[in-house]
Structure formats: structure tokens, C-alpha cells
Design a protein. Sequence first.
Length: 164
Amino acid sequence: MKIYLIGMPGSGKSTIGKQLATALELAFVDLDDEIERVLGKKITRVFGEEGEEYFRQVESSQLKAFAHAEVSFVMATGGGAPCFHNGIDVINDTGLSIFLDVRIETILSRLEADQQRPLLAGDDRRTKLEALREQRLQYYNRAQFHVVEPIDVDLLIQEIQTKI
């Protein structure tokens, strides 16, 4: 069983993913952490030195490697992973996709002190987040599960258990 959490940066994919993995007795994978491990540097540095397209290629490669591996897991994808290089198709073809749909206000409060998000660097994060959400919703809405804030993790676990 492969479970992929998709959604905006700061939507809680890593936090909820760890809880799901524990409850379902599956491994937890943070795709961004795996990319940093493979490249040996932080994503912000990769964006700065190599550019977004290079990052997206590595992200896609890592996503596909996990998707086609003979392992079960709960994965917190990067916010853009479903949106580039047919990522949402890879996700839906190999596992269960869950869109964590969280309000912009919640994301802004969660990311207030976080300066490690290259696509949200600088001023006017609200405008950047709204534009990013608008671009990505067409991919996020293709998820098999759509969970809207507030997210009840226990209920989500029950729903997943009925599906597997």
C-alpha cells in the first residue's frame, strides 16, 4: 500500500503523514527530505544553484523510484510533485492520493517564520500562495480523497482502513 499526501506547502503533509504512517504501521517518507539526502544539499540551495527545472526533474525521478519500489509507505510529497512531469498520474497509478485542502490563512500562519520555501521567498506571501494554489488545484483535485480543513486525522485513518 502506497499513500501519497498532496497539497500546498504548509498544508500539514509531513505532520499528518507521520501520524498516518504510525497508525497504519507503514514507513513514512518525506519526498523533500529524500531529495535533500540524494543531492546532499537543501532544496533552497538547489533552487538557487541549479534552478527550479532541475529540482523538478530530480523530484520526479525520486517520486517514480518510490512509486515503483516494492515497499509500502505514507509519503508527504512536495507541494509541486503532483504538478510536474505527470506526477499526479504516477501517484494515482501506484497508490492512494489524498489532497489536504487547507485555507491560505492557516498556511500563512504555519509558514510565518519559515524562510526555507523558495517559491514563497520575499514579500506578499499571500498573493504568491493564492497564485500557486490557483495553478495547482487542477492537479490536486485529481486526488482520490479530498480532505478539507479542519482535518480529523482519526477519521481519515478510518476512511483509509476501509479502502485497504
